[in-house]
Design a protein around this ligand. Structure first.
Ligand code: BGC
Length: 512
């Protein structure tokens, strides 16, 4: 089936929520180092205490955690679409408070409010995308949100670097903080023109509207198109089945195969953070300095390149995730990242000099004596980021958004998303401590985590590519240890694809 241009436009537009997520997470690291910002936060002081830095960074994550939990009832009652509008409104408010801040207290308030918005968006956008997407390209369409996250992170970095270089007054940080209002305002104004999720419409008994949306997005408005009718009927049957067998409550999440999906969904989000990606994203300059780039400007450029690489390496996921499958991408990605992290850690341990920096009262690594080894470590860090970008970055959001039945989908994704933010918060607190105590051990730790994750996916995570959201009950009712079923499932998928191709060829012949 050829997918309509409109479907891609609608999904790309909704994915702007990811841009706000990436930009707001990324903008702060540059802002925190700007002298005029530090002066504003400390009433004329010249440095921020470590606790102030942590609180400014961490309050966004705390807000995200709360926001992702609150978004579930809103998505159910108000709809996915209105939740996105509300969340972007809250985000605009938070961003405006940060931009116009008159000091530390107001900044903290702005960070928390923006976090409420980002957290809700990070839960509602993938959910909305998963429910609009046809099963054959669902991975691709949800991955658009990750692409937007990486673009947001990259633009935030370069904006901060640019204003820092050319301005010394408060505009240097107010401009990058203010810029985030623009995409959020575009989202806020544009979402009313997008359709409601057809699945949400059916769950509310608005069947005619749902059929119209499915037809508009998938068959240029043709409500009699066989694929549209089949998808519509499948959703209606599933909604009726769920109404008959379940109640729509949090208790449902802890029963039968839904409990299994909750555990897998929460773990995939926790694992995503345990890859160590944010140790690189948040602390890249420190890491590049430890790996041997001594000058401040060079390490900033190294972080900038990192941001560009993160965007570029996400593109293969958009192109191939639905062909390669979630399992292959997750297992290969974790193995690749694990090897890169372990090699970086081992080479640092073998060639670097670990010493005590008395001025900062912390441990550090000096790799300046060995240029080759130091470049090798930097390349390994780039490999790691590319490995994350094509695999756990997108699939960490795709998988939880597609595994739950409609009656508890909003609640399920809200819990899994909250787990991501909680872990993000914890890791962001611990990484600076790890880097300045166990130094190269940080890379060995995250490398080992990645290897454990690839084994867990191999053993426990069923393949979901090509299955409709309504078929997930079947996918998750098989063996808990899935690797034995995986080959068989891949064979069945291949057969189904071949049968579908043959059917299309037949239809084309008949049409001629
Ligand atoms: C993660 C973020 C991370 C970003 C990096 C996202 O999928 O959830 O924590 O900063 O990817 O690209």
């Amino acid at each position: 089936m050829a997918y309509s241009f409109q479907l891609y436009v609608v999904c790309a537009f909704a994915a702007i929520g990811g841009f706000c997520f990436g930009y707001d997470s990324g903008v702060i690291s540059g802002v925190l180092t700007m002298p005029s910002f530090i002066a504003k936060m400390t009433n004329g002081g010249d440095h921020l205490a470590a606790i102030q830095t942590s609180v400014i960074t961490g309050l966004l994550l705390a807000g995200c955690f709360v926001g992702s939990l609150f978004a579930a009832p809103l998505c159910e009652m108000l709809s996915r679409k209105y939740t996105i509008i509300l969340a972007s409104g809250v985000f605009i408010l938070g961003a405006a408070i940060q931009t116009g801040t008159n000091g530390y207290g107001m900044m903290l308030g702005g960070r928390f409010v923006a976090g409420l918005g980002v957290g809700s968006l990070s839960m509602a956008c993938p959910l909305y995308l998963s429910e609009l997407a046809p099963k054959e390209i669902r991975g691709r369409l949800i991955s658009l949100q990750q692409l937007m996250i990486t673009i947001g992170l990259m633009i935030a970095f370069w904006c901060g670097a640019g204003t820092n270089l050319h301005m010394t007054n408060e505009a240097a940080w107010r401009i990058p903080l203010g810029i985030q209002i623009i995409p959020a305002a575009i989202l806020f104004c544009g979402i009313p023109f997008l359709p409601f999720s057809p699945r949400w419409l059916i769950s509310k008994g608005r069947k005619e509207e749902a059929l119209a949306v499915l037809a508009r997005l998938n068959a240029n408005g043709d409500k009699t198109n066989p694929k549209v009718v089949a998808e519509y009927e499948e959703i209606v049957a599933q909604v009726e089945h769920e109404r008959a067998v379940s109640v729509n409550s949090y208790v449902e999440l802890f029963k039968g195969t839904i409990l299994r999906r909750i555990i897998l969904g929460i773990c995939i989000q926790i694992f995503q953070q345990f890859t160590g990606i944010n140790s690189i994203m948040y602390y890249a300059p420190t890491i590049f300095q430890q790996a041997g780039i001594q000058q401040q400007s060079a390490s900033l450029i190294a972080s900038g390149v990192n941001g560009v690489l993160n965007v570029l390496a996400t593109i293969p996921a958009i192109l191939f995730l639905d062909r390669l499958g979630r399992r292959f991408v997750l297992i290969s990605g974790a193995t690749f990242m694990g090897c890169a992290m372990l090699l970086a850690g081992i080479v640092m341990a073998a060639t670097g000099r670990v010493y005590y920096d008395a001025v900062k009262d912390e441990m550090a690594v000096d790799m300046s004596g060995n240029t080759h080894a130091s470049y090798f470590c930097i390349v390994m860090i780039y490999f790691f980021v590319a490995g994350f970008a094509y695999s756990w970055g997108p699939v960490g959001w795709v998988y939880p958004a597609e595994i739950f039945p409609l009656s508890v989908r909003a609640k399920g994704t809200s819990l899994t998303t909250a787990a991501n933010w909680l872990m993000n918060f914890i890791i962001s607190l611990f990484v600076p401590v790890m880097l300045t105590t166990i130094t190269w051990g940080t890379y060995i730790f995250f490398g080992c985590c990645c290897i454990v994750m690839s084994v867990c996916v191999f053993l426990f995570y069923p393949e979901t590519k090509g299955r409709s959201l309504e078929e997930m009950d079947l996918v998750f009712s098989g063996n808990i240890i899935v690797y034995k079923d995986a080959k068989e499932a891949a064979r069945r998928f291949r057969d189904a694809q071949q049968a579908e191709k043959a059917e299309h060829a037949e239809e084309a012949k008949e049409a001629v």
